[in-house]
Design a protein around this ligand. Structure first.
Ligand code: GRF
Length: 197
């Protein structure tokens, strides 16, 4: 049975594009919705151009009421009846209630080799630490921020003279390889971690 995938974004959505483009042919899943907390997110137009339904719930009108924001987000999601939720550059912290509803079928991609560098500014932190390698992780989302079971990782070398920008630019293409590869396995219930290269 083809799995229905909704993707949550906040910005340009390059990971969303990679996921959508991968779900073709004999792939066990298909994209059914791309939703954003920002009505101006560039990824919404990119998703529409790829023929995927889009929606937005502007988090700013809810102020600090995360539950009200998430209740309206769930209404939009429910219209698409997703089996799997992929967070892809989604920059809002989710409440335990939202996570409890989707746990076990919600993935995220994080730009570090978790458990190293949970949170923000991961590339700068890897450089400050003098790490020889860096990368990205796809994990199941749990109430522990960036802490759920790891489903895949991709590694890149840190090179002399790297800046956070050059390092991010080396990691991002690996994200675009890793996330679709993990989703394809996850969609058939295969939770064995995948390591690239
Ligand atoms: C990426 O570095 C991703 O790891 C992080 O957000 C950044 C932008 O992602 N979650 P995208 O281009 O919006 O997919």
């Amino acid at each position: 049975m083809t799995k229905r995938v909704a993707i949550l974004i906040s910005g340009g959505g390059s990971n969303m594009v990679a996921l959508v483009r991968s779900m073709v042919g004999d792939h066990p899943a298909r994209p059914v919705l791309v939703a954003s907390n920002d009505p101006q997110a560039g990824g919404l137009q990119r998703a529409a151009d790829l023929g995927v339904g889009v929606a937005h719930v502007d988090h700013r009108i809810y102020g600090k009421d995360r539950s009200a924001f998430e209740a309206d987000l769930n209404v939009k999601l429910d219209t698409a009846r997703p089996d799997i939720l992929c967070l892809a550059g989604f920059m809002r912290i989710l409440t335990p209630d939202f996570i409890a509803r989707w746990q076990g079928r919600m993935l995220n991609i994080h730009p570090s080799l978790l458990p190293k560098y949970r949170g923000l500014h991961t590339h700068a932190r890897a450089l400050e630490a003098g790490d020889a390698e860096h990368g990205c992780t796809v994990h199941e989302v749990t109430a522990e921020l960036d802490g759920g079971p790891i489903l895949g990782q991709a590694r890149v070398p840190v090179l002399p003279g790297d800046t956070p920008e050059t390092l991010a630019a080396r990691v991002l293409p690996m994200e675009h390889q890793l996330y679709p590869a993990v989703l394809r396995r996850f969609a058939v219930g295969d939770r064995r971690p995948l390591f690239l290269p």
